[in-house]
Design a protein around this ligand. Structure first.
Ligand SMILES: Cc1ncc(COP(=O)(O)O)c(C=O)c1O
Length: 379
């Protein structure tokens, strides 16, 4: 049952009065180590797994600086970012391809490795971009359901590959479930997939992971010839609106993709911001800590309410609503709280991105009003 409409501001006031500052994830308040708190915007956007704190102060300064070079093609800057990314992954510069967001890299991978008669193997559910591009390219999608604990079923995905498989997509951590593939599982998988298929490991949410069993696939770039690792500046770096991502792989893999890239696909402002972000060693730990603490707080509150959540290693979490999630999404939207879309193979699960502590408290109060506790299944 959907509760009465209460405006977002009413929620904010009620929640603020009840909880006060004490429920701020305690470490978030520590001066100098935490991103600065901003008052929540009129609409609370917890639908696209962005960084609610925005770009780092150094990235903002860098973007201002870029005004001086706005009239020039950013070739030299592009070269600097490629060099910084190559240094980060221990590769040569010709093993890196920049994209207008990692979304462009996912599309280019489809253009380079798929086509009529080719197959793409991916989990269900996962981030859909590669499967959507595959449809346009008339490739055949092979969807392998996640395991019962909402994780990639890599043995089945490897078994689904054959000589016609052009691309295998592994999103680690997985969007929308936030679950990870462990280092050992990835090692076995990379051995099993035929070398004629490119394994695309999408690490959009890599920086949030804390599990010691996880490792970035980038350690295998020099060793596994058919591997492509994809990252983005849209998530922990807070640059989603600026559009920059990249792929790293063997030189031959990148050469196969490069002809499909738009020339000068990255603008000067985002290139400056990316450089400043990569040169700031405190950025990733600062935002990881802030968002992961808020996620832990949210999950513990949800569990107190008797709601099930999928254990997440990313800046979003899936919550079991117990019935179709669509009316809940609409009811939250009516309160100016945007949450993730409905995923057809997990129709009763709501994906919510982690916001600032205040935004997250407002979401929780909204959820409690829209889906009262008694309606949820026991944990
Ligand atoms: C797993 C994953 N990959 C890639 C993207 C695309 O990100 P961008 O194009 O902003 O880099 C997203 C965006 O949400 C995502 O969740």
């Amino acid at each position: 049952m959907i509760g009465m409409k209460v405006s977002r501001r009413d929620f904010a006031r009620a929640v603020g009065a009840t909880l006060g500052a004490s429920l701020l994830a305690p470490d978030l308040a520590r001066a100098g180590t935490s991103p600065s708190a901003k008052p929540p915007a009129a609409t609370i956007r917890l639908d696209s797994n962005e960084n609610p704190y925005g770009p780092s102060p150094k990235a903002l300064e860098a973007m201002e600086r870029s005004q001086a070079v706005a009239a020039r093609y950013p070739d030299a800057l592009e070269d600097k970012v490629v060099a910084a990314v190559a240094a980060l992954h221990g590769t040569a510069k010709d093993q890196v391809l920049l994209g207008c967001g990692s979304g462009e890299i996912l599309r280019i991978a489809g253009l380079a490795f798929l086509g009529p008669g080719r197959k793409v193997v991916a989990a269900e559910p996962t981030f859909e971009a590669v499967l959507r591009h595959a449809r346009v390219m008339r490739a055949e999608p092979i969807k392998v359901p996640l395991s019962a604990d909402h994780r990639h079923d890599l043995p089945r995905m490897a078994a689904a590959c054959d000589g016609r498989t052009g691309l295998v997509y592994v999103c680690n951590p997985n969007n929308p479930t936030g679950t990870i593939v462990t280092r050992d599982e990835m090692a076995t998988f990379l051995e099993r997939v035929p070398k004629t298929a490119t394994v695309l490991v999408d690490e959009a949410y890599h920086h949030f992971v804390e599990s010691p069993r996880y490792a970035s696939a980038s350690e295998w770039i020099g060793k596994v010839p058919n591997l492509l690792v994809v990252r983005t500046f849209s998530k922990i770096y807070g640059l989603a609106g600026m559009r920059l991502g990249y792929g790293v792989g063997r030189k031959e893999t990148i050469e196969a993709m490069r002809p499909h890239q738009i020339w000068s696909n990255a603008n000067a402002a985002v290139l400056e911001a990316a450089l400043a972000s990569l040169e700031d060693p405190g950025l990733v730990p600062r935002y990881r800590r802030a968002m992961n603490e808020t996620r832990r707080w949210l999950c513990s509150e949800l569990q107190k309410d008797g709601r099930l959540v999928i254990p997440s290693e990313a800046n979003f979490v899936m919550i079991d609503i117990g019935s179709d999630v669509e009316p809940v999404i609409a009811a939250l939207r009516a309160r100016d709280i945007l949450v993730g879309r409905r995923f057809p193979s997990l129709p009763a699960w709501l994906r919510v991105s982690i916001g600032t502590p205040e935004e997250t408290r407002i979401f929780l109060a909204g959820l409690r009003a829209v889906v009262p506790r008694k309606e949820t299944r026991a944990a």
